[in-house]
Write a protein that binds this ligand. Sequence first.
Ligand SMILES: Cc1cc2nc3c(=O)[nH]c(=O)nc-3n(C[C@H](O)[C@H](O)[C@H](O)COP(=O)(O)OP(=O)(O)OC[C@H]3O[C@@H](n4cnc5c(N)ncnc54)[C@H](O)[C@@H]3O)c2cc1C
Ligand code: FES
Length: 340
Amino acid sequence: MSEHCECANSRPQGGITFLTGSVLECEQVAKETFRLRIGASPKTLAEDQNGWNILVQQMVPGQFVMVRQAGKLDPLLGRAFAIYQTSEPTATHLPTAAVQSTTVVSTGRLPWVEIVYLRVGKATTAFSSLKPGEAVEVWGPLGNGFPLLDPTHCDHLICVAGGIGQTPMRLAIEEALGHRPFLGRSIHTQNSTGDVSNAIVRPIPRVSFCYGARSGDYLADVSAFESEGAQVHIATEDGSQGTQGRVTDLIEQLVKQDSADSRQRTCLFVCGPQPMLVAVQRQMAELHLHGYLSLETPMACGLGICFSCVAKIKDAQGRWDYRRTCTEGPVFEAQSVLFE
Ligand SMILES: Cc1cc2nc3c(=O)[nH]c(=O)nc-3n(C[C@H](O)[C@H](O)[C@H](O)COP(=O)(O)OP(=O)(O)OC[C@H]3O[C@@H](n4cnc5c(N)ncnc54)[C@H](O)[C@@H]3O)c2cc1C
Ligand code: FES
């Protein structure tokens, strides 16, 4: 963890749920980009509905799910997708201990998760012709997720996305702005009696979203980020929308007037293709900015078993070792990642 950045509970404690669900909605949201809502349907057995409830209640921003089409042998393996949105958690009033058991109260509302994906290969091409009612297998929540930032130490969160790297940012922004507390972690203001049970979640005062894409037609769901209350800044390589250039240009514009002290109280969450992560990591070092990269290393099991997803990660002494992106990531402190 960065010395500048105080955060709590970066690693959720919940278990992994294996589920079969139904496609509830699917729509194209940008060029080659699709939103898929999967969850329990009215036909889903009560115990499976409970499983979906647990997934929705236990996840934190920046975590992901593995998804595969039920009954299909090709492709056999699931693919990783950031959790973009979920149904309203139904039991946030329950104490954490109750939620970590499987005893979750169902309120009758059917739980779901949404992913947003770019059609790039076999699985995502097959997903793009899924129809409502078709069966999909999902397991999660997986990975560590973004840390919870403490507004005492961070007063500006900049979420930086390259292309489809925008997907983990929606919930990160919701949490940072205090719109949605995620179970088991929140920075509270205690009331005068010191009772934290009905305390107020303290938001990060300023949240910016820097979103870069090849061209405007690849930008997905920008209005959702605006309505969350983030200050949205767009860059496209061809200049068809926003600033002509890259997300690194947006970061520079945002922080160039800031004092060294103010930069210390700024934190970046970054996700996108590897060349973009390399460029942002270098820029963060030059501008003395700290934060976290979310890696999209190819994965096979998503469960920590196969070691297909390792990345080179440095420790505080500068020694590196392989870390599994699926269990120890996908979020790592920005300067700890060694790119080849
Ligand atoms: C933690 C995590 C979160 C992720 N979140 C998202 C998300 O929210 N949305 C999203 O869209 N993606 C996300 N990804 C990436 C996604 O999992 C991959 O893009 C996934 O592999 C797509 O599956 P596919 O079968 O469609 O493509 P694959 O067939 O697995 O292909 C993946 C990539 O390899 C290339 N490729 C495939 N075959 C070849 C070949 N023979 N030669 C050269 N290149 C080839 C494809 O063009 C493509 O770029 C995430 C990944 C991780 C690890
Ligand atoms: S994907 Fe199998 S160990 Fe990470």
